[in-house]
Design a protein around this ligand. Structure first.
Ligand SMILES: *[C@@H]1O[C@H](CO)[C@@H](O)[C@H](O)[C@H]1NC(C)=O
Ligand SMILES: *[C@@H]1O[C@H](CO)[C@@H](O)[C@H](O)[C@H]1NC(C)=O
Ligand SMILES: *[C@@H]1O[C@H](CO)[C@@H](O)[C@H](O)[C@H]1NC(C)=O
Ligand SMILES: *[C@@H]1O[C@H](CO)[C@@H](O)[C@H](O)[C@H]1NC(C)=O
Ligand SMILES: *[C@@H]1O[C@H](CO)[C@@H](O)[C@H](O)[C@H]1NC(C)=O
Length: 306
């Protein structure tokens, strides 16, 4: 029947656009849940934490390759003294966190060989791992699922990152600092004096080079991002198009069902009318055990040919 065929077609079409939506929604989720897992594991390094001391934290075995460290600070001392360096990050005096907390923890992530599993910039290749810097409320060191605090550096004195080995890149290369924000967007900026990136908030950071500049020689970190798992602006568009496409299909489908119902009701009416006009009612005859409708007349009589 037509209706069944239509349903099948619609389900098939939804099946094509749905996986795209699901795989991308999962991607921002998985990036965010990675941060949640890493906050939890970072805080496990706090047993009797000493203020200002950097602790290395363990990661779950299914994430090995990621390195994680954490330090607990008082907001007041962060503001007045600063914390000179935290791995690649240089944190100047005057940094505050918003909203205000008495004690905070700075969590440093280095995604190592997981960098391009979680992050990508279309047209660019990472030449450093993706690293992350986050601040959390550390009044309760057994808390999990904490929201990030905003890190606000003084406008005159930004936080900066010094990656190792960037001087190996030639000047002709199109090299950019990448800042991945927690909403899934990213920004590209030029390096400062060819070796530093500036940081104006929490998030993930890396340095990337135009992939076509790297084409002749393999990239230093040997990371050619697989396309399937990326959370990029491109995908945001695909999702928007996918969702509105899906909604449109559902609406069209509902209209079709309505039309179908009305059409079949109309056809039944017409049939009944026609039948009552012609007055032709099929009579029933018993054939074997069944009552079957049979025509009274045979309109075309068989004629034997000579
Ligand atoms: C790693 O395993 C833990 C359970 O041990 C699970 O909760 C977590 O989602 C896993 N993470 C990844 C990225 O697979
Ligand atoms: C990263 O390296 C570790 C070993 O150091 C390995 O266990 C892990 O599977 C690697 N991760 C990826 C995404 O290749
Ligand atoms: C990368 O470089 C090529 C050639 O130099 C240029 O055409 C392309 O637009 C660049 N890509 C990006 C993303 O800037
Ligand atoms: C920080 O955590 C403590 C203890 O859990 C809580 O009392 C306080 O309200 C939190 N501060 C903020 C700004 O969330
Ligand atoms: C700290 O967090 C843990 C885990 O969420 C909770 O069980 C405990 O009550 C909290 N303690 C305080 C003092 O808020």
């Amino acid at each position: 029947m037509d209706l069944i065929r239509w349903c099948a077609a619609v389900i098939w079409f939804l099946g094509i656009i749905m996986p795209e939506i699901r795989s991308n929604a999962k991607s921002l989720d998985s990036v965010r849940s990675l941060d949640t897992i890493l906050q939890d594991y970072a805080y496990r390094a706090f047993v009797y934490p000493r203020t200002g001391e950097v602790y290395r934290a363990n990661v779950p075995s299914n994430l090995s390759g990621i390195s994680l460290s954490v330090v607990r600070l008082r907001s007041g001392s962060l503001r007045t003294r600063g914390m000179y360096s935290f791995n690649e990050f240089d944190i100047p005096q005057g940094v505050i966190v918003v909203p205000y907390v008495i004690r905070l923890a700075m969590v440093y992530q280095n995604l190592g060989n997981w960098s391009s599993v979680y992050y990508a910039v279309p047209g660019y290749t990472f030449v450093t791992p993706v690293i992350g810097l986050f601040a959390y409320n550390a009044s309760n060191i057994s808390a999990t699922n904490l929201p990030e605090l905003n890190l606000v550096p003084p406008s005159t004195n930004p936080i900066s990152i010094k990656f190792d080995g960037l001087n190996l890149l030639s000047d002709e290369n199109d090299v950019k600092c990448v800042h991945f924000h927690v909403d899934g967007s990213y920004t590209l900026e030029d390096l400062i004096s060819g070796e530093r990136c500036t940081v104006n908030g929490h998030g993930h950071f890396s340095v990337a080079v135009n992939s076509s500049d790297l084409a002749p020689s393999p990239s230093p970190s040997n990371e050619s991002p697989p396309v399937a798992k990326k959370w990029t602006e491109n995908h945001v568009w695909k999702i928007i198009v996918g969702v509105s496409g899906g909604v449109l299909v559902v609406i069209i489908f509902l209209f079709f069902i309505l039309w179908l119902l009305r059409y079949s009701r109309g056809r039944k009416m017409r049939k009944m009318l026609k039948r009552s006009e012609s007055g032709e009612e099929l009579s029933r005859q018993r054939i074997g055990n069944a009552q079957l409708p049979v025509a009274n007349m045979v309109r075309t009589r068989p004629v034997l040919e000579n």
